[in-house]
Design a protein around this ligand. Structure first.
Ligand code: ZN
Length: 66
C-alpha cells in the first residue's frame, strides 16, 4: 500500500488539489553549504506553499515568480 503523502510544514494529508499542484521538492545539497551531503525534501500543501512563497518573496531581492 502506498503511504499517504503529508505536508512537511503542517502535517496535513495531501488532498487532490495538493497532488495536482505538485509542490514536492527534492534536492541533493552540494559542497559549500553547511548541509553538504544532505538531501532537502519538502512536500508542501497548497496553503503552506503559498505562505512559504510569500515569505521567501519578501526576503528575496528579486521576485521569485516568473
Ligand atoms: Zn501544509
Amino acid at each position: 500500500m502506498k503511504k499517504t503523502k503529508r505536508c512537511t510544514m503542517c502535517g496535513k494529508k495531501f488532498e487532490l488539489h495538493d497532488k495536482f499542484a505538485d509542490l514536492c521538492f527534492e534536492k541533493q545539497v552540494g559542497y559549500g553549504s553547511a548541509h553538504d551531503g544532505e538531501t532537502l525534501k519538502l512536500n508542501l500543501c497548497c496553503e503552506c506553499f503559498d505562505r512559504l512563497a510569500d515569505v521567501l518573496n519578501l526576503i528575496c531581492k528579486e521576485n521569485i515568480f516568473r
